[in-house]
Structures are given as structure tokens and as C-alpha cells.
Design a protein around this ligand. Structure first.
Ligand SMILES: Cc1ncc(COP(=O)(O)O)c(C=O)c1O
Length: 441
């Protein structure tokens, strides 16, 4: 690792900015997180200066222009009738387009009114939520660091944090006797000593279970994290809100867990990773966001500007910037005045499917001889526990004999995405799984 004195002067300035507000936040950074900076004095700043001053000839930018407009191909623009070539085709800043960043922050505040008085950074635009998770890891994790996550989780965490970043993954039991096992979570946190760093991942609505904590459970999770931070453990809480808003039980916690953590302790950095992906039904547009909050950092804190700059520096050094076209489309949708109504219509469809799963299972007690459902109340998925065969055999038979697909997760858990099955098809889907289980028993 470079000695701090060998860091680029821009990295040193950002590190000083962070340390001046909260030295713990600086200590939480990985070696790369400490080293990285946004190259604000290179080509980008020269281009920016030329944009203002080079009114005669601006020969700084790596784009092709004609009459001050992107030199487009009509066969591309033919597919984009609502956009000008400049809107659709020019580069976006590494931080993301400012109107989109502001519109997403406004959406976060609309959905999470508690955050109105809690300072957090302006979201940086990422290439989908997957990149937001990778960037959070790059900023705060070194090989060997501890990452705590539930035993039922999205498998890409393993690839990212274990295989790519070489951290040590620790698991807590998500469900015990049909309930969220908050005690297991608190016990796992108790294993970290004062001064140690732990990176905790929480994702609700959860993939693969489709479970969101009830309000009191969410409070208990947050309390356990805050008590751990107050004990001197350096807690980085990564809140993965991929499926935010898909709540089908009136008792689900409706605001992000980020609200219960933001700015509450100087030892707790809360990171909100979210995305247009599922919230705006635009999976392939690859538009995600990363926002930060920590005790001691007020609104517009230089600590936030520094973390945003480091995030943008990582983006600049890997993918340079995210799709401008995607950003423009998402920003237009968010500010269209129709977003919330249209979102609610889709949530209602997903809600009906979730209810159809629950009523199918309730009206077929015989299914319980072969499989039982884990709790579910939100999101895209639900999981069953298979009792008399393995999920590998079940998956194979379902495909080969019944042309039906699900995901085998370990030996006994089988994930079903009701998000992509019509409500009317759900009873038959479960009847088919039951039949396949009987065939195998
Ligand atoms: C829990 C969770 N987090 C993150 C993602 C990634 O989302 P994106 O497609 O925006 O990268 C997914 C997608 O399946 C997910 O299930």
C-alpha cells in the first residue's frame, strides 16, 4: 500500500476533508478507498474550463460534433424520437447527470419522509445496483475484512465480496421457527470487538425470501447495529434496497432501513444502494445509485463531497461514466408527474400475485407434506423448503417433465419468482411442484 505521503495530492485533500468531519470514516476506507480521488485537474477540468472560455474553437472533447450538436447517425436517432442527439448521445459526468441525481434524491425523500431532517449525500449514479455494491466494497473493504450477511441472500454477494474482494463472509440465520431471527443477528454482531470493522449487508425486500421486516423487527435490527457502533465497533451498514416499494403486507416496514441508521452514530456509516432497475421496471438500462450518511456529517458536509468524489473516481477509472441515454430516460420518468401512479399500478399487479401464492398455499394443506413456505410479504420472490427430496432433483424433474423452472438454493431451498408468473398461473405452478415432489418421493 502507498504511504499516505505518496498519495496523489487530490486524494490527500479528500482524505483531509473526511478526517476533519469524522476520522472514523477515514479509518473505515480500504487501501484503495484512501488512495482514490476524482481527477478534477486533468482532461476533465481542462475540458470544463474550455467549455466556458473557448468560445471560438473548443478542441478539447473526445466527441464528434457538427454545428454544436452530436454528429449522430440517423439510423440511431430514428429509434429515439423524443430526444435530441445531444440529450441521447453525449457523455454523462462520472458522478451521473445532476438532474437525475437530484430527482432520485427527491424520490428517496418522497418514499422515506423520515430522511427529510437526516443529512445524506447526493446519490452518485452507478451502472445498476450491482456496480453500486461493488463500489461500496472497493471503497471500504480490504482482503480479510469481515462481511456479515444473512444465510439467505443474493448469490452475487459471494462473487463480489468473497471471490473478487477476498473478504471473510460471516452468516447469521435469517429465519428461525418461521420468524426473522433478530437474536441471531445481534449475536453475530456481538462477535466483533471494539475497534474492529464490520461491513453488514441488509437487503429488504429480501432476495431470495421475499421478506421485509415488520416495523418492530426493523427497529430491532437498527438498534442492534447502533448498539454495536456505540460499543466502538466500526460498522458499515450497506442497505440494498433493490426491491424497494414492493410491500404487500400493511405491516411491512415501509421506509428503508437506511432511515433508522442515517447520521445516528459517528461509528456507523450507512450506505444506501438502490436502483431504477426494479423500482422503475428498467432492468437493462443499468441505472443505480449510491448514497452515504454518518454521524457528524451535516447536510452538504465536505465528507459527503469527498465520498462522492472517491466514488466518481472509481467510476472514472473503470467504466468512465454510465449510459447518458439511460439516465435521461429515468430522469424524464421521475419528473413526468406520472411516475408514482404508474409505479402503484405495477405494484398492485405484483401484490395480487403474492396474494395468489399465499391463498394457493393456504387452500392446499396437503402440499405441506412435501414443501413448506418461508415467510414472504414483499418483493419478487418466495422460497419453499423441500422436505422429501433435494432441490437439485426437483429442479431437474420440473424442467424435464413439466417444462417448469425455479432456482435451487442449496439442498432444500427452492426460489420461485412470482414476479414473472401471471396470477392465474400461480395455482397450477404450485400444483405442478407438488406433483413433481410426489414423483420424486
Ligand atoms: C438483492 C439484489 N441486489 C442487487 C441486485 C442488482 O440489481 P441491478 O440489476 O440493478 O444490478 C439484484 C438483482 O437481481 C438483487 O436481487
Amino acid at each position: 500500500m502507498l504511504k499516505p505521503t505518496m498519495f496523489n495530492e487530490l486524494a490527500i485533500a479528500l482524505n483531509d476533508q473526511i478526517q476533519a468531519v469524522n476520522p472514523v470514516a477515514y479509518e473505515m476506507l480500504s487501501a484503495l478507498g484512501k488512495r482514490i480521488y476524482f481527477p478534477s485537474k486533468g482532461i476533465l477540468s481542462q475540458s470544463g474550463e474550455a467549455k466556458r472560455l473557448a468560445t471560438k474553437y473548443n478542441a478539447t472533447i473526445g466527441t464528434a460534433l457538427r454545428n454544436h450538436e452530436a454528429m449522430c447517425l440517423p439510423c440511431i436517432m430514428d429509434s429515439l424520437p423524443g430526444l435530441t442527439p445531444n440529450e441521447a448521445l453525449l457523455y454523462a459526468p462520472s458522478y451521473g447527470q445532476k438532474p437525475l441525481r437530484e430527482a432520485w434524491k427527491a424520490k428517496i425523500l418522497h418514499d422515506n419522509p423520515t430522511l427529510e431532517n437526516l443529512p445524506f449525500s447526493l446519490p452518485v449514479v452507478t451502472n445498476g445496483l450491482t456496480q453500486a455494491l461493488a463500489l461500496a466494497g472497493d471503497l471500504f473493504l480490504d482482503p480479510g475484512d469481515a462481511v456479515l450477511l444473512p444465510d439467505m441472500n443474493w448469490d452475487n454477494y459471494l462473487l463480489n465480496y468473497s471471490d473478487r474482494l477476498q473478504t471473510n463472509l460471516h452468516y447469521w440465520t435469517f429465519f428461525q421457527d418461521g420468524h426473522l431471527d433478530i437474536r441471531a443477528f445481534a449475536q453475530a454482531l456481538a462477535g466483533y470487538a471494539s475497534g474492529q470493522k464490520v461491513f453488514v449487508i441488509l437487503n429488504f425486500p429480501n432476495n431470495p425470501t421475499g421478506y421485509t421486516p415488520l416495523e418492530n423487527e426493523g427497529k430491532a435490527l437498527a438498534d442492534a447495529l447502533l448498539a454495536t457502533a456505540e460499543r466502538g465497533v466500526r460498522v458499515i451498514a450497506l442497505i440494498d434496497d433493490a426491491y424497494y416499494g414492493l410491500f404487500f403486507d400493511p405491516d411491512c416496514m415501509k421506509e428503508s432501513l437506511f432511515c433508522k441508521l442515517a447520521g445516528k452514530s459517528r461509528n456507523l456509516l450507512a450506505i444506501k444502494a438502490d436502483a431504477a432497475t426494479k423500482e422503475c421496471y428498467v432492468w437493462g438500462l443499468r441505472t443505480g445509485f449510491l448514497s452515504f450518511a454518518i454521524g457528524g456529517a451535516e447536510a452538504d458536509s465536505p465528507l459527503f463531497t469527498a465520498l462522492e468524489a472517491k466514488t466518481a473516481g472509481l467510476i472514472r477509472s473503470t467504466i468512465s461514466n454510465c449510459s447518458a441515454l439511460s439516465q435521461r430516460l429515468v430522469a424524464k420518468a421521475l419528473t413526468s408527474g406520472k411516475f408514482y401512479e404508474q409505479r402503484a399500478a405495477n405494484v398492485a399487479i405484483m401484490h395480487e400475485r403474492c396474494d395468489a401464492v399465499a391463498s394457493t398455499l393456504a387452500s392446499h394443506p396437503e402440499y405441506r407434506e412435501h414443501f413448506v413456505a418461508y415467510p414472504f410479504n414483499s418483493g419478487y420472490f418466495m422460497c419453499i423448503k423441500v422436505l422429501k427430496t433435494t432441490t437439485a432433483k426437483l429442479r431437474r424433474l420440473l424442467l424435464d417433465r413439466y417444462a417448469t423452472g425455479g432456482i435451487a438454493m442449496g439442498d432444500s431451498d427452492f426460489r420461485l419468482a412470482f414476479s414473472c408468473v401471471e396470477k392465474e398461473q400461480i395455482p397450477d405452478l404450485f400444483a405442478t411442484i407438488y406433483q413433481a415432489c410426489k414423483d420424486l418421493a
